[in-house]
Design a protein around this ligand. Structure first.
Ligand SMILES: Cc1ncc(COP(=O)(O)O)c(/C=N/[C@@H](Cc2ccccc2)C(=O)O)c1O
Length: 456
């Protein structure tokens, strides 16, 4: 049996500083046990996020050299527009500085106070923009998505009955669009199947309701369709991605993930009237409609990154590395979300630390402990990230209390994955010694970015 290796070789490296346990104990205490507040230079293996952390290719760096920094009508805009139309299939393209730029504008245009936005599990920034526009997010994902041990191959699927019930309850006119993510970040990077998306599209169209895709990791979603959906085993990733997007009316996109760039995003639409409004909003919030908060060089790098991201060899190696790490942990009976997702391994902190109640922030503690143990930075994806219910003021208490080990694209080697697995195993072996946290500073919005904690 031949093992696999990356379809690229390394040309530039960034030396990493090694720290001592004493230095890390001080650093994490000063960071208020919040990995977002650590200095990057104090981190050895940075698995906080796959957002903006990919390694660019030599062709992308070359693209940076041909940045046309004209204020209006930059050549790089047209390269980007062409790449998105070619691979995602949408008609109108508006660049934004990153995903949130697109979410902000889309929400402002489509959502009226009192509207409901159904979606396959919440995402933190997406839901907040929907709420800021006066909408209420309604989770219509299948129940299995909330169970870390369910082996359902497409946990990102929409529960058509939940969606139908919502339409009946509030009426189609109160639903500006269905917000579909592929893959679903908060469920563990879980995909939605082509068959399910097609069914959602047909249901939506029968009620004249739009579907807007969060395309942030849609190429990874295409890989899971290719691997797990019988009709698509012989199809290329590029073909699958284009069909996938054809069942939606537009998308918001953070180019910082699949598209292999450090900054960038876009809003894509097929409806000329919505496009007209969005193009007008872009000049208020993002700059001009032909640069959307990006330099010309960044648009060129993203156009090239899109082309590279849909190559079958690339995505197979990218997800193969995540599966490699996940399988090691499964072999050692360490509780992680299954099936293994596309961009990260999610430790099940509830199962990992059953003696720490959820309101003592077990996932937050586990992420801090992994850093203390080995200088590995992960991200809390549990009660802290879930925030507070805007009506009751109490915490949301999500089923999923997770720590995300997010793998950047084309950055770390298999040796880094081996060391990460060993560090997680070490923490697991000593898990009964760990105790909870109390939150000592809580910001108003998206508290997980800046909250501070102390050991109980
Ligand atoms: C499915 C999905 N849709 C939209 C966005 C926003 O895109 P952008 O504005 O960041 O470009 C993101 C960003 N996800 C990053 C960064 C992040 C953001 C908020 C909280 C924690 C982490 C992450 O998961 O690490 C996403 O995953």
């Amino acid at each position: 049996r031949r093992s696999w290796a990356e379809p690229y070789k390394i040309k530039v490296v960034e030396p990493l500083k090694m720290t001592t346990r004493a230095e890390r104990e001080q650093a994490i205490a000063e960071a208020g046990y919040n990995t977002f507040l650590l200095r990057s230079e104090d981190v050895y293996i940075d698995l906080l996020t796959d957002s903006g952390t990919s390694a660019m290719s030599d062709r992308q760096w070359a693209g940076m050299m041909v940045g046309d920094e004209a204020y209006a009508g930059s050549k790089n805009f047209y390269s980007l527009e062409e790449a998105i139309q070619k691979y995602y299939g949408y008609r109108y393209i508006l660049p934004t500085h990153q995903g949130r730029g697109a979410e902000n504008i889309l929400s402002k245009i489509l959502i009226k106070p009192g509207d409901y936005i159904p979606g396959n599990m919440y995402f933190t920034t997406t839901r907040l923009h929907q709420e800021l526009a006066g909408g209420t997010f309604v989770d219509v994902i299948i129940d299995e998505a909330h169970d870390p041990r369910s082996q359902h191959p497409f946990k990102g699927n929409v529960d058509l009955q939940k969606l139908t019930d919502l339409i009946k309850r509030v009426g189609a006119e109160r639903i500006p669009y269905i917000s579909v993510a592929g893959t679903v970040n908060m469920a563990g990077g879980q995909p939605i199947s082509m068959a399910n998306l097609r069914a959602v599209y047909e249901l939506a169209k029968s009620h004249d309701i739009r579907i807007i895709l969060d395309a942030t990791r849609a190429v990874e979603n295409a890989y899971f369709i290719q691997q797990r959906e019988a009709d698509y085993h012989q199809q290329s990733i590029a073909i699958i991605l284009k069909e996938f997007c054809s069942y939606t009316d537009g998308c918001t996109m953070s180019g910082k993930k699949d598209a292999l760039v450090n900054i960038g995003g876009w809003l894509a639409l097929n409806d000329p009237d919505i496009y007209e409004e969005a193009r007008n909003m872009i000049v208020i919030y993002e700059g001009l409609h032909t640069y959307g908060g990006m330099a010309g060089r960044d648009m060129e790098a993203m156009a090239i990154g899109i082309e590279e991201s849909v190559q079958d060899d690339h995505i197979r190696a990218r997800i193969g590395q995540v599966e490699y790490l996940g399988q090691k942990l499964l072999d050692w009976n360490i509780p992680i979300v299954v099936p293994i997702g596309g961009h990260a391994i999610y430790l099940d902190a509830k199962a990992f630390l059953p003696h720490i109640p959820q309101d003592q922030f077990p996932a937050q503690l586990l992420a801090a402990e992994l850093y203390r143990e080995a200088g590995i930075r992960a991200m809390e994806r549990g009660i802290v990230s879930a925030g507070r219910n805007k009506d009751t003021g109490d915490h949301y208490y999500p089923e999923l209390e997770l720590v995300r080990l997010t793998i950047p694209r084309r950055v770390y080697t298999q040796a880094h994955m081996d060391l990460t697995a060993e560090a997680v195993d070490e923490v697991y072996y000593n898990r009964h010694r760990l105790r909870g946290l109390k939150m000592v500073y809580e910001p108003k919005y998206l508290r997980f970015f800046q909250a501070r904690f102390e050991l109980l």
